[in-house]
Each structure stands twice: as C-alpha cells, then as structure tokens.
Ligand binder design. Sequence first.
Ligand SMILES: Nc1ncnc2c1ncn2[C@@H]1O[C@H](COP(=O)(O)OP(=O)(O)OP(=O)(O)O)[C@@H](O)[C@H]1O
Length: 345
Amino acid sequence: MTIMKGSSAAAGADLLRVRNLTVTFAGRRSATWRRPGAVVAVNDLDLDLTSGETLGLVGESGSGKSTTARAILRLLRPSGGTIEAAGFAVGAFGRRVPLEYRRAVQAVFQDPLGSLDPTKVIGDILAEPLAVHFGLRGTERDRRVATLLDQVGLAGHHLRRYPYELSGGQRQRVSIARALAVEPKLIILDEPVSALDVSVQSQVVNLLEDVQERTGVAYLFVAHDLAVVRHACDRIAVMYRSRIVEEGPADRICEAPAHPYTEALLAAVPDPDPARQRIQRTRRREMRATAPVGAVPAAGCPFASRCPHRMPVCTESFPDWSPVTGGGRVACHLHSGSPTTPEET
Ligand SMILES: Nc1ncnc2c1ncn2[C@@H]1O[C@H](COP(=O)(O)OP(=O)(O)OP(=O)(O)O)[C@@H](O)[C@H]1O
C-alpha cells in the first residue's frame, strides 16, 4: 500500500472514517474541590477502518484510547471533528442514539463482570438483544441463543449460570456472544483480554479471529500491550498523550517501528534474545525515569520530553505525516522529508 503524505491510513475505508477528532474534558468544580484546567484527551485524530479488518489502537495508559472508543460509540460527545461509522454520521445524532447504530457498532469491554447484568443468567443476557433488535421470541430465540453460545465455544449448561459463576475467559466469551447477537458490522474491543491470564488471552484472541472469518465483522482493538495486538491486527495505530504518532501494517510497526515512542512500546514486549533483553531493560528504565507529568504540552510533539532523539523543533510544532517504507505513516520530525525507512534514523 502506498501512503501519500497527509493521506489517511486506509484510503477507501468503507466502515469507519474519523477525521480531526478532538475530545476535551472541562475542569470540574464541586463543593470541596476544583480540578484545574481542561484535559485534551484526544487531539486532531484520524482513523480509518475497512469492513472485515482489524485495527489496533495502542498506547500506554492515559493516551486517549478509551476516550476515542467512547466517542465512536457515542457514549460521549466530541469537542470537534467528524465520525462516520457503518453509514451513519455520528455527529448528527441527537440525545438518543438510533437503535440501528447501536446494532451496527457494538462494544466489548475489559471487565465483563461490570458489563454483564449480575441478576440475569447467561441465557437471558443473550436473549435480550435478540428480542430488542429482532423481536425474536420463544423457540426461535432459544435456538439462536444456543447457536451464539456454541459459536463462542461454551457448552449449553452455561445458559443457566450467572456471570459470577463463570471464569474471566468464559465471561468474555459471553460478552463477545452478546455483541455478535445483533450481527454488528464493527465491534470495538476495549482492552478485551487485559484482565485475563496469558493462556486465556490467546484463546480469546483466536476466538475473535474465528468469528471475524465467519462473519466478516471488523474490529477496533484497543490495548496498551503491543504484544497482544501484534498477532490480532492487520494494522496498528500508535497513540501517545492524545495524538496518533504512527500507523501502518502490524508487521511493519512491530519489526521496523519508525517513531521513537513505538520503539519504546516494543521495548516493553519481552524478547527471547538475552542481548536484546539487556537493551530493552535499559530502554524501559529510561522510559520510567522520564514518565510524563502534568498536562499534555500545548505545542510540539507530546513525546518530545521523553524522546532520546529530541531536536529543538520537536517542542515547537507537531510534525506533519511522513510515509514510511513498508507501509503506513509517522508523525515525527526525524522523518521529515519522505519517504524514509526507520533504519535511517
Ligand atoms: N470523564 C473524564 N473526565 C476528565 N478527564 C478524563 C475523563 N475520561 C478520561 N479523562 C482523561 O483523558 C485522558 C485519556 O484517558 P483515556 O481513558 O482515554 O486513556 P486510555 O489510553 O484509554 O488509558 P487507560 O487504558 O488507562 O484507560 C487521561 O488524561 C484521562 O485522565
């Protein structure tokens, strides 16, 4: 894929097109405290997603990933920008989000215990969206519930269980089944495996891949861990303190990162090679020592204060996008003058 300077990540994206998304949280007052200043959680963000594709949105805690996801789900109203998803102009919605949009764009969150009704058995949890969206009743609905359970690899007896009686992995399977019940075009997965043991994580990721092959659903896969999204995603967008700083094919991002922050994220993924492990340890120590405090700087690259390659211009202006050999693009002054390969820096 040839990416031109300033162009979107996936030209012709037919499912999700986010442009210049900005979300600012106002400082709040209460009787006893006042939070100073506004927080720019998402700044001038573009995203594209094509049907049947998986895009990873990766970055450390506080970078704005969940806020982006919530804006797309219309759980909050952005301060600026446009979102077109599954044929809907999300900015045009009033207070009530159309049921058709809720059906087309589903979500699976990190904590299934928090998002599954604790007073209902799994059978009822799965039956509810079928009744609301398709008006299914009786044996037809029961048959569909059984199929959904089977599709996520759970045995029939789980229908009579409550969420608290299942393991974390089983609960996440139920969350996926509930999302699938309404035949969505896009599922936003917000840290879907972060709370699970590593062995269970890969089972759930495999399930998500199976489901995608069968149904053609697209995923926006939000995670803080590059190791998790690497194998699950076609493309990855790397986010740091409100901005996307790099995006491209998953393999290129992980094998030849162009942005120093992507390199730092990769250093957090354990490498089997002992020599590489030593380098990674040093890199992680450097990153911890320079962890950001306070508000995102108003000008320049948000990573500038931690960047080992910082130049004067980095604190003055946010870089333009530059294409990267191997696919995708990077917003980094090191790469101004394109095309470039990561090795050149
Ligand atoms: N409702 C809110 N009010 C004020 N600030 C908020 C609110 N929600 C998020 N923020 C702030 O916005 C920024 C981005 O938060 P967000 O949760 O989107 O990041 P994240 O990358 O998803 O991190 P995490 O994985 O920890 O949730 C953070 O500085 C956070 O404190």
